[in-house]
Design a protein around this ligand. Structure first.
Ligand SMILES: Cc1cc2nc3c(=O)[nH]c(=O)nc-3n(C[C@H](O)[C@H](O)[C@H](O)COP(=O)(O)OP(=O)(O)OC[C@H]3O[C@@H](n4cnc5c(N)ncnc54)[C@H](O)[C@@H]3O)c2cc1C
Length: 394
């Protein structure tokens, strides 16, 4: 059997998990090539730890991709510029690479410019540098109004902005100044983590209320004025002293330019096989051997909402695609596909986390439960970062 080439486009959470799995499954005659513009890797959830001072700086959370523990992965540290899904070719700044299999794992890009004033006014929780600036600002903050603003849906990790507000609540309680601080989360969604359904959403609203954290649902920010420290939600003006922001997300430009996105703005992807779809209604594709995983995809659930964008899904999808590619190369039957199971730990500060999990592919919609906060769930959340000890050597 001639050696095959698997091209993985993007070495973030999903691409990294895929490269690691696949390299462990395929013999050395087959190539695993990752095209990734960055040379360092970090789990985005570290931003919360940077915010609270658990990591002193962004560098503490980063690992060098060259120190990946599995040998035999080829790294191309260049910006990918063009994808041809028919020929499975990817053009970078200096070369054109061609794969027998192509997996698009380019994530979602941030587009703060879509909200006038965001860049100047907000501490961007979704960038490690923004989380670091926020760490400093929170240390100096001694009272006033903190607004956490989710600009647009969908965004990565539906829980993260709520976790940020719980963690700030906990920090100010520890400092004994909680009564001087007002914290409010504003979001375009009706309920927190709306895809998980009303029971989970209402439980989270209860947890926010218990901690006197305000909630502004159905609030779409239209502009922010850094001078007057005010935001406009349509006609409603809201003032703040410190602004924590989640910028609008968008598919990476290369994905849009390559014609892979649909009206959702992301790549329509088969819920089980993770193949890139060309006919969404009939779940069919004209592209052979082309997959997409993680935040760059859109997978429509039975309640017509998209599967949330989170690393746990990217990683689970990576495992399915690794098995499918291995089976295809070996000429074996494929796998059953992704089962839609997923979970998230919601850090609420004080060494506690709640746990939301279940089947996102259930009918008529996701069947998700929220387990109350415990130290055990917090410990499990901390253990996410242990994946880095498997993927990288120090
Ligand atoms: C504050 C915060 C907290 C979070 N907490 C959690 C959590 O607790 N649990 C959880 O499951 N998820 C969490 N997430 C979400 C999680 O980080 C993402 O869902 C996950 O990283 C998605 O993986 P991905 O591989 O699809 O994309 P990414 O990890 O974003 O990777 C995409 C990669 O593609 C590269 N790339 C993009 N364009 C190009 C190009 N043109 N050429 C070359 N390379 C390119 C990027 O550099 C990047 O490395 C959190 C996110 C944030 C921001």
């Amino acid at each position: 059997m001639a050696g095959k080439t698997v091209l993985i486009l993007g070495g973030g959470w999903g691409g990294m998990a895929l490269a690691y799995s696949l390299r462990g499954m395929l013999s050395s005659e087959h190539r695993v090539v990752v095209i990734e513009k960055n040379e360092t890797f970090a789990l985005c959830l570290s931003n919360l730890k940077i915010m609270t001072g658990g990591w002193n700086s962004p560098a503490d959370a980063q690992r060098q991709m060259s120190k990946m523990s599995r040998e035999g992965i080829e790294w191309v540290h260049e910006e990918a510029l063009k994808i041809d899904p028919v020929t499975r070719e990817v053009q970078t700044e200096t070369q054109t690479l061609q794969g027998d299999y192509l997996v698009v794992a380019l994530g979602a890009s941030l587009n703060p410019g879509a909200v006038p004033g965001f860049d100047e006014a907000a501490h961007n929780l979704y960038e490690a540098t923004g989380a670091h600036q926020l760490q400093k600002a929170l240390k100096e903050f001694d009272g006033g109004k903190i607004a956490v603003v989710i600009s647009r849906m969908p965004y990565r990790c539906p829980a993260a902005p709520f976790e940020a507000s719980f963690l700030m609540d906990s920090m100010f309680r520890e400092r004994g100044i909680r009564e001087q601080v007002e914290i409010t989360v504003y979001t375009p969604g009706p309920r927190p983590m709306a895809v998980a359904g009303p029971i989970v959403g209402d439980a989270l609203l209860g947890m926010l209320a218990e901690r006197e954290i305000g909630y502004g649902g159905d609030h779409v920010v239209s502009s922010i004025d850094p001078e007057s420290r005010t935001m406009l939600f349509g006609d409603e003006e809201v003032s703040y002293d410190l602004l924590v922001g989640v910028p609008p997300h968008i598919a990476p430009q290369i994905v849009i330019d390559s014609g892979l996105t649909d009206s959702s703005g992301y790549i329509p992807t088969h819920p089980q096989s993770l193949e890139v779809l060309t006919d969404v209604e009939n779940l069919e594709t004209e592209y052979t051997g082309v997959y997409a995983i993680g935040d760059v995809t859109t997978i429509t659930l039975l309640n017509m909402m998209p599967l949330p964008k989170a690393g746990v899904f990217a990683e689970a999808e990576a495992r399915v695609v690794a098995q499918s590619i291995e089976a295809s190369i070996a000429g074996k039957p494929g796998t059953l596909g992704y089962d839609g199971l997923g979970a998230c730990h919601v850090d609420i500060g004080g060494g506690l986390a709640a746990f939301a999990g279940g089947n996102f592919y259930a009918s008529p919609g996701p069947r998700i439960t929220l387990e109350p906060p415990s130290a055990r769930y917090h410990q499990e959340k901390e253990e996410y970062e242990q994946v880095l000890d498997a993927w990288f050597v120090r």
